[in-house]
Design a protein around this ligand. Structure first.
Ligand code: SAH
Ligand code: DHB
Ligand code: MG
Length: 220
């Protein structure tokens, strides 16, 4: 499928199901103005995150990789009253931009951002025996995914939904040894995910100028 057609289909779906939203537009504009990379999920994927979270009735959500809080906003909007998101971010600047964006979106009170390496924070959450999460979205550094998955499973219960972003890398994962580091990491992670007997999983393609993919798993 040529890239133009992919973008047209993406925009067609967006025009039907993801109305323009000033808060989300401003989120992306402010993140860009602050020098953050524009690597947030697409609008359609944001809507998908929102729907998946509602479908599983998630009230405790864990996000690994906050950036400017774009996906966080979608997930926060899906929460029932009293629901919370714990979002992990390495970069202090990203976390500050995200906090402002989340406040403006009116969901600041539902989100706690932990700044630091996600692996360390996850270990702390496990030690603190926080209540299990209902939905976990993995979207930080790609080589860290296998570790994040393992630690996430210690914060899960049967039925927890686990999602992971950027697993197709425009087909880069089809090569036995992908050139791009993130594609190499995604290919390794995909094999681990497929073989993990604790989960039932699939990857759905995500259309855009490039094709990417997101895994959807449920903990057995
Ligand atoms: N989920 C966001 C995008 C996240 S981009 C959205 O869709 O809107 C990936 C983020 O992971 C970046 O902000 C990056 O700083 C962060 N990150 C990278 N390495 C990390 C680590 N070791 N621990 C926590 N966060 C990390
Ligand atoms: C890229 C995209 C992402 O969604 C992400 O989380 C990290 C990197 C990228 O295209 O490089
Ligand atoms: Mg991503």
């Amino acid at each position: 499928m040529n890239p133009d057609l992919r973008v047209q289909i993406e925009k067609y779906i967006e025009s039907l199901f993801v109305p323009l939203d000033p808060v989300l537009t401003r989120n992306i504009a402010d993140a860009e103005a602050a020098g953050l990379p524009a690597i947030q999920v697409s609008p359609n994927q944001g809507k998908l995150l929102y729907l998946l979270s509602k479908m599983c009735g998630a009230s405790r959500v864990l996000e690994i990789g906050t950036l400017g809080g774009y996906s966080t906003t979608w997930l926060a909007r899906a929460l029932p009253d009293g629901g919370t998101i714990t979002s992990l971010e390495l970069d202090q600047t990203h976390a500050e931009v995200a906090r402002k964006n989340l406040e403006r979106a009116g969901v600041g009170a539902r989100v706690v951002i932990h700044v630091g390496p996600a692996e360390q924070t996850l270990q702390q959450l496990i030690e603190q025996q926080v209540p299990k999460f209902d939905l976990i979205f993995i979207d930080a550094d790609k080589p860290g995914y296998p570790r994040y998955l393992d630690l996430s499973l210690q914060l899960s219960r049967p039925g927890t939904v686990v999602l992971a972003d950027n697993l197709i890398r425009d087909g880069g994962v089809l090569d036995a040894v992908p050139e791009e580091e993130n594609a190499r990491a995604a290919r390794a992670f995909n094999a681990i995910l497929a073989a993990d007997a604790r989960l039932e999983s699939i990857i759905i393609p995500v259309l855009g100028k490039k094709v990417d993919g997101m895994s959807i798993s449920i903990v057995k």
